[in-house]
Design a protein around this ligand. Structure first.
Ligand code: NI
Length: 169
């Protein structure tokens, strides 16, 4: 079932997700919920923090039509390689209506487990690389706003404070 997505200001988005030691039925349900939530939003990626769980897992699907063959589920992901540089506009389901240009590596290689507990490597370039880095950041309590230059960040943080004050009250 699709879950509500936590928004900017919620402290869970700032916490580090904990490594998954047991891929149990509860985790499988969480993954199903995350996939539904991501597709319904719609978005190209979602980390567990965003639905209020601190288990170290994210889902991603960089295809426009939610092609199930392109769905990625990564448990305990680790960044193994990063190279190049790319600047592009980025948003986040937890910070709706705000987009900024963010500098990222152009190509990354991540290692982790799939939902069947098999070790997997995921390599991404351009959009997929961006999504993978963004979701991995979430699991470490980092948001794209943290990746901006100090000046751009200050301006955005002031806007976010205003925009999300009402929702939190
Ligand atoms: Ni996000």
């Amino acid at each position: 079932m699709a879950q509500p997505i936590l928004t900017y200001g919620n402290p869970i988005l700032r916490q580090t997700a904990r490594a998954v030691s047991n891929i149990d039925g509860e985790l499988q349900r969480l993954i199903d919920d995350m996939v539904e939530t991501m597709h319904e939003a719609p978005g190209v990626g979602l980390a567990a923090n965003q639905v209020g769980s601190l288990r170290r897992v994210f889902v991603a699907n960089p295809s426009e039509d939610h092609d199930p063959s392109r769905l990625l589920v990564l448990i305990n992901p680790e960044l193994v390689e990063a190279e190049g540089e790319s600047v592009a506009e980025e948003g986040c389901l937890s910070i709706p209506d705000f987009r900024e240009e963010v500098r990222r590596a152009r190509r990354v290689l991540l290692r982790g487990l799939d939902r069947n507990e098999r070790p997997v490597e995921v390599e991404g370039q351009d959009l997929l690389a961006r999504v993978l880095q963004h979701e991995l950041d979430h699991l470490n309590g980092t948001l794209f706003v943290d990746r901006l230059s100090p000046a751009k960040r200050d301006i955005l943080l002031r806007k976010l404070k205003k925009a999300f004050r009402i929702k939190r009250a």
